[in-house]
Design a protein around this ligand. Structure first.
Ligand SMILES: Cc1cc2nc3c(=O)[nH]c(=O)nc-3n(C[C@H](O)[C@H](O)[C@H](O)COP(=O)(O)O)c2cc1C
Length: 349
């Protein structure tokens, strides 16, 4: 990133400084896109304060910080010698039309009779990588039958037999890759999580090695936000990591984008790096790609469209790819291999 050459310590300092500059009312309003926080003069008028802050907007919402962080990053334009870009993504031996992927959602069948299949079909129609989270075996089979190149994310079940069974199943039905969301073992109240009645447990590096060895598919770990975990994933031989706070499971989680540069420095291309959380535009995707991500996932932004059917999800995914191509063309980036972090400027709003 331009302007700030960051050592680890300087990075943390710069990052905290930019967050420290947030205006609390702005974060709490959830409208960080619209109203700059620290401008001289009186603060912009805010809606009437809620009965209690905690009721209106959870203090420490990682989603708010993530949105804010995206909006502190600016791009410089580079028109000389620029041209129309390609958004083709090469991943694990396959070529896709876009680095904008779906996210590992689950339980979308209340929005549409087959919401998870709708979501997958849209990804297939966009020739985009598709991700699936928790779900029954039969649902995964229906998803893969759409032709979507699917990454199946298995939960960190306490019972590793179930993990191995899910990995084998994903492989046998033709998934593109398989992995685990390591950030779902705890319930946030000092205990292990139980998800839809299924007990969870954190996994060790040795256990992760055994999952990686159990499949010929690329194995991906989702829920990495630290160099600590990224190093252990490399040690375990995983093929890729998703930088994610899982939509804010832990308050005050750092925005994935904030962790990206540090982690990319350590990974040095040895694992693929994906990013999710809060991506709502081609510009958001651009910032992730410029700072070292190989591809990005979009979940909640597309979720309301699932009930409207395949076409609407597909339309938005294609529009986001077009937005990305628009920013690439204006910044002199001709392909996904040509991203340059010095295009990005960190600004404290
Ligand atoms: C309804 C819903 C279900 C989800 N289920 C899973 C899941 O089963 N496994 C998983 O790894 N992540 C799951 N996630 C988290 C997403 O994959 C993603 O990390 C998160 O939503 C942040 O991305 P977003 O801001 O683009 O939505 C779920 C998210 C939502 C909203």
């Amino acid at each position: 990133m331009k302007d700030i050459k960051l050592s680890r310590r300087a990075f943390v300092k710069a990052s905290s400084a930019s967050l420290a500059a947030l205006s609390l009312p702005t974060i709490l309003s959830g409208r960080t896109n619209e109203s700059p926080a620290s401008v001289p003069g009186p603060a912009p008028a805010q809606p009437a304060p809620p009965d209690s802050i905690a009721n209106a907007w959870e203090a420490g919402s990682a989603d708010s910080f993530t949105r804010y962080y995206f909006d502190t990053l600016m791009v410089e334009t580079r028109y000389m010698d620029a041209d129309l870009p390609s958004t083709k993504l090469e991943l694990f031996g396959q070529t896709f039309d876009t680095p904008i992927m779906t996210a590992a959602l689950s339980h979308q069948n209340n929005r549409n009779v087959k919401g998870m299949v709708v979501y997958a079909q849209a990804a297939a129609n966009c020739n985009a990588v598709h991700w699936m989270g928790m779900g029954e075996d039969q649902e995964l089979e229906e998803i893969v039958a759409t032709g979507a190149k699917t990454v199946k994310i298995v939960k960190p079940h306490e019972n590793n037999d179930e993990v191995f069974r899910k990995i084998r199943h994903a492989e046998s039905v033709g998934c593109f890759a398989v992995g685990m969301d390591i950030d779902h073992p705890f319930n946030g109240r000092g205990g292990y999580d139980v998800v839809y009645g299924l007990p969870m447990k954190p996994k060790s590096t040795e256990e992760m090695k055994s999952f990686v060895k159990a499949t010929r598919l690329p194995f991906i770990v989702k829920g990495v936000l630290s160099v600590h975990d990224a190093r252990r994933c490399m040690e375990a031989g995983v093929a890729g990591i998703v930088l994610s706070h899982h939509g804010g499971r832990v308050k005050y989680s750092i925005p994935p984008l904030m962790a990206l540069e540090q982690i990319a420095d350590v990974v040095k291309g040895k694992m693929k790096i994906f990013v999710d959380c809060g991506i709502v535009s081609g510009m958001d995707a651009y910032k992730c790609l410029a700072l070292g991500a190989d591809a990005v996932s979009v979940g909640r932004h597309l979720m309301p469209l699932i009930s409207q059917g395949v076409e609407q999800v597909e339309r938005r995914m294609k529009a986001m790819t077009a937005e990305l191509a628009g920013v690439m063309s204006a910044t002199g980036v001709k392909s996904l291999k040509d991203f340059d972090p010095t295009v990005i400027h960190r600004t404290i709003l």
